[in-house]
Design a binder for this molecule. Structure first.
Ligand code: CTP
Length: 397
């Protein structure tokens, strides 16, 4: 999202206080944010707060002559890559639906034209549930959708007035994710991707298990970015504390055996399979139904070999494009290359456990028929993006 220019329009509603956090997140993500507020919004939060967080003067007044030769509505809408209204009050949504232009924000929305590709308009409604459910608001929302305006939310839950229902503005983190998705080129449009993520959990008894230190961060980042790139994503999650990204199908499969079954059930329709999960190679030969008591001086656990999900998918007739991960403690390129040839994979992602497992950032190297491609040290979202661009290039060739 670096170098993207976003106009953030804030209208009058109690959720305006959340716009402060939203600006902070957008700026942190590298977006150039120009805040425009309505007079009503200034009753809820001050322009000074927004100026401090965005690092720019905030525009409110239609008659402000300081920008664009006295035509701020034209100037602001021409430089913006997108306009996001958050929160969008019922009144402002009505204005948009009717094409009214009686203040700076509504005028610049109208002045952006009707081409959603040139300057898309995204709207995050926030209002009391009765106001949301009112036929007038629903009619206006339908009109916005017909006009190709993207409506984000609202969410359901407890409202500032104490009532419970639909009408809450989406959380700032969710809005950031949706803006991010909006700006991401749709390199994987029309592709179906299956991703395994996290650690598997092999139960010894009802309270003990064999597992590993995988956090699921890489797999979840890949799922999110693949979705942002337009893919239809199915995520098969082992053990992780992460929340599944919005818009993807998440299937829980804690043990290696359950993960195998879930993958095989969904693999036929997939174009790409990315096996990120740290699947246990062995599981207890028997799992005790009752808690095992410490009666003996020593306990021997018998482990049996699990099926290799990735290897079995790769040899299916009409197998999808298969990508493996190799997490090693030594001889990284050698071991990862051996795994790639043993499992007959077009691409494997190699990483040293000390530099990746459980961390937010990682050092990774891609290995394919053309050789090794070391990626710069980066956060897992950036790496997910690089991996998926590489996959999309391989598929295109
Ligand atoms: N994998 C899998 N099913 C398994 C084991 C691994 O799908 N039962 C996948 C992982 O998701 C990863 C790759 O295979 O993409 C890892 O290869 P593997 O050789 O199994 O790695 P390790 O389990 O780490 O093997 P080793 O202990 O021999 O290094």
């Amino acid at each position: 999202m670096q170098n993207k220019h976003l106009v953030l329009g804030i209208t009058g509603g109690i959720a305006a206080y959340k716009a402060a956090e939203l600006v902070r997140l957008l700026v942190k993500a590298g977006i150039d944010v120009q805040v425009v507020m309505t007079a009503a919004a200034c009753q809820f939060i001050t322009p000074v707060t927004m100026q401090a967080l965005s690092g720019k003067p905030v525009f409110i007044d239609m008659w402000d002559s300081s920008i664009g030769n006295g035509m701020p509505h034209i100037e602001l809408s021409r430089v913006a890559d997108a306009i996001l209204i958050a929160p969008a009050s019922a009144d402002f949504i009505a204005k948009l639906a009717q094409g009214r232009a009686d203040d700076l924000l509504s005028t610049l929305c109208l002045a952006r034209g009707s081409d959603q590709k040139a300057c898309p308009l995204l709207v995050a409604p926030a209002m009391n549930k009765q106001m949301w459910e009112n036929p007038a608001t629903q009619r206006n929302i339908q009109q916005l959708k017909l006009d190709q305006i993207l409506v984000l939310g609202p969410d359901a839950g407890e409202q500032a007035c104490g009532e419970i229902g639909l009408g809450r503005m989406l959380e700032p983190e969710t809005l950031l994710a949706l803006v991010n998705a909006h700006f991401t080129p749709k390199l994987l449009a029309g592709k179906r991707i299956l991703i395994t993520a996290g650690a598997t959990l092999e139960m010894i008894d009802p309270v003990r298990a064999v597992t590993n230190l995988s956090s699921g961060k890489m797999g979840y980042s890949l799922a999110k970015v693949a979705h942002d790139m337009g893919a239809e994503v199915t995520l098969i999650s082992g053990e992780t504390s992460l929340t599944a990204p919005i818009g993807i199908r998440n299937i829980e499969a804690k043990s290696a055996a359950n993960m195998y079954t879930a993958v095989m059930e969904h693999i036929i329709t997939q174009d790409i399979f990315i096996a990120v999960a740290a699947v246990a190679d062995y599981s207890p030969a028997t799992s005790s139904e009752q808690k095992i008591k410490k009666n003996a001086a020593a306990l021997t656990l018998e482990l049996q070999r699990n099926k290799d999900i990735l290897a079995e998918v790769a040899i299916l007739p009409n197998a999808p494009f298969c990508v493996g991960f190799a997490a090693e403690t030594e001889h990284l390129i050698e071991y990862a290359s051996q795994k790639r040839s043993a499992k007959k994979l077009p691409l494997i992602v190699a990483n040293l456990i000390s530099e990746s497992m459980g961390k937010d950032n990682a050092n990774i190297t891609l290995i394919d028929d053309a050789g090794t491609h070391a990626l710069p040290f980066a956060d897992k979202t950036t790496l997910a993006h690089e991996i998926l661009v590489h996959i999309s290039n391989m598929l295109a060739n």
